[in-house]
Write a new protein. Structure first.
Length: 213
């Protein structure tokens, strides 16, 4: 948990057909054990999240610096967002996904929901540096060597979430920016973020069962 999981990219998801021009910037197993029907709870956890919740003081500082720079340099201006600089991915959706509910609105994070299925959801954001997708999946704990579900994983009902980050950089500046922040994301931001998600998940699970965290 908490490290890129290349095997999880073997399976093809609906988002893959919608974002062929996006790059996969990593897939992480989430410390969110649950049952087959617990995926909506994971989606709600992310929709209610905020960068201020990151357990790492360094990560919170990095986010604060990023938002400040974005405000000063205009990276996050409305003209660079969804529906202005780039079209929403909802315009690419096939008919069945357009009919489905896009998912819950994000309370703080600058993401807009794209689609929500029983085991997969996508939300997007855009600024001057990139057009990005936060992709959540709900997968069985037990997986075969080819990345597919095996009988034991389906039988015992043990599942967990995965987080994938898909990005389309905006030109040379966007590619340089994404390359520059990569070590910070992988070393300082994602590890404590995933630990925090695990703690929040445990708290939600304890509340749902009537127990204590």
């Amino acid at each position: 948990m908490g490290v890129p999981n290349p095997q999880s990219t073997v399976r093809r998801w609906r988002i893959d057909d919608i974002t062929p021009d996006f790059q996969n910037y990593g897939v992480w197993d989430l410390p969110t054990p649950g049952g087959r029907d617990d995926f909506p709870r994971l989606v709600q956890l992310f929709a209610g999240g905020t960068t201020a919740d990151n357990p790492s003081r360094i990560a919170r500082l990095l986010f604060a610096i990023r938002w400040k720079l974005g405000a000063l340099l205009g990276w996050d201006d409305a003209d660079s967002g969804i529906g202005r600089r780039v079209d929403s991915l909802r315009s690419r959706l096939p008919a069945d996904l357009r009919r489905a509910a896009p998912g819950p609105a994000f309370s703080t994070l600058p993401f807009t929901p794209v689609f929500l299925l029983e085991n997969e959801s996508a939300a997007e954001m855009a600024n001057s540096t990139m057009h990005g997708v936060l992709h959540l999946r709900w997968v069985p704990d037990q997986r075969g060597a080819d990345g597919g579900q095996n009988a034991q994983g389906d039988a015992d009902g043990a599942y967990h979430g995965q987080l994938a980050v898909l990005v389309k950089p905006n030109g040379l500046f966007g590619r340089a920016y994404m390359a520059g922040i990569k070590p910070f994301r992988h070393l300082l931001v994602y590890p404590p973020l995933l630990r925090g998600i695990g703690r929040e998940w445990q708290d939600l699970s304890a509340q749902g069962s009537g127990g204590t965290a």
